[in-house]
Design a protein around this ligand. Structure first.
Ligand code: CA
Length: 224
């Protein structure tokens, strides 16, 4: 995963770079808005962390140019003040998330993990499979137009599988993506969660969408 940090404060940039590298990301830094925009136009980054106040070109402008050119790199904005207008402006311009300075590194890392898991803003937000519909923005799941209530983890699990239809997902991959855990031994938690999910999503219906792939993991697809 490759991240671009656009930040003119050298100390902050160095601190973020160090922390992100320690967490396995490859990191580039641009010290002003023009360099940042150039890099984002040339390189396909998984995420851009944009400071709003930057020399030459501010974070808002970078974001606005990117989106106008249909470059959908995920963007996390760093703002110096927490105001509703700033938030709305950022989201309207197409930011995926924002953080208010000062923030803790662990909070930044958590946001990054969520963003990278979530996919780009333009990724299909409504997923349909048979009579099942998922609205990824509203966190709403229905089958046959009847709403199904899921816990946040169940929702994440369903969304992960539904975004990769037909693909066999191992328990380890599911555990990492949904629980942020790296565990080789106890993937039982995945089986339990799948059972609960099936209970809500599949059991009451004729058309089963969650399939067990013996010895490997699970797959989501309509089979007829
Ligand atoms: Ca700045």
């Amino acid at each position: 995963m490759r991240i671009l940090i656009v930040e003119d404060e050298a100390k902050t940039a160095a601190f973020l770079t160090k922390g992100l590298k320690e967490n396995g990301f490859s990191v580039d830094v641009a010290e002003n808005g023009v360099d940042g925009l150039n890099s984002l136009e040339q390189v396909d980054y998984d995420l851009a962390i944009l400071d709003v106040m930057l020399p030459l070109l501010d974070g808002w402008s970078i974001l606005s140019v990117l989106r106008s050119k249909d470059i959908q790199t995920r963007v996390l904005l760093l703002t110096a003040r927490d105001s509703v207008e700033d938030r709305v402006k950022g989201l309207e311009l197409g930011a995926d998330d924002y953080l208010v300075k000062p923030f803790s590194f662990s909070e930044l890392l958590a946001r990054i993990h969520t963003l990278l898991r979530r996919g780009t803003a333009t990724e299909i937000q409504k997923i349909k499979c048979a009579d099942l519909e998922i609205d990824a923005i509203k966190h709403r799941v229905t089958r046959n137009d009847v709403r199904i209530d899921l816990t946040p983890k169940e929702f994440q699990l369903l969304l992960l599988m539904a975004r990769r239809p037909g693909e066999v997902l191992s328990r380890t991959v599911i555990a990492e993506q949904v629980w942020d855990m790296n565990f080789d031994s106890d993937t039982n938690v995945v089986d339990v969660a799948i059972r609960r999910l099936r209970n809500k999503v599949d059991d009451p219906f004729e058309d089963k969408l969650i399939h067990t792939i013996r010895g490997v993991g699970y797959a989501f697809e309509q089979r007829k």
